[in-house]
Write a protein that binds this ligand. Sequence first.
Ligand code: HEC
Length: 114
Amino acid sequence: MMLAGAVLLGGCKEDPRSIVPGGEVRQGLRLVTQYQCGACHTIPGVQGAAGREGPALDHIGRLSYIAGGIPNQPANMLRWLRVPHAVKPGTEMPPMGLTEQEARHIAAFLYTLR
Ligand code: HEC
């Protein structure tokens, strides 16, 4: 249990939809499936998402940092999802071609994984 992450994101009872303005959890789940993030990530609740190239996303919603040192805040997550190289040069996470709106939905979904 990482308390800093829980406080940052408003605690366990907060409605995940409110964490990322404009993001809908169910749309995010659909998009994560559509974009096949599961080819590289293990993602609970996503059928066939058992990839091992990237970190498992089981508790991504309560991590204090993503990608080895980026504070796990919605704005950083949105940027990471759209342009990972801009956030962390040399990263092996590829840009997935997400729109801003798609990234919002996906982030809303990811923050339910605690
Ligand atoms: C080709 C493989 C690949 C694909 C496809 C991919 N990722 Fe990643 N992802 C990675 C790798 C590798 C990392 C670790 C990057 C680093 O730390 O530099 C990563 C890191 C992440 C992180 C940070 C995880 C952490 O614990 O720090 C998130 C969140 C993430 N990816 C979400 C996604 C989402 C959502 C998608 C689909 C839209 C996706 N990824 C598609 C390879 C991939």
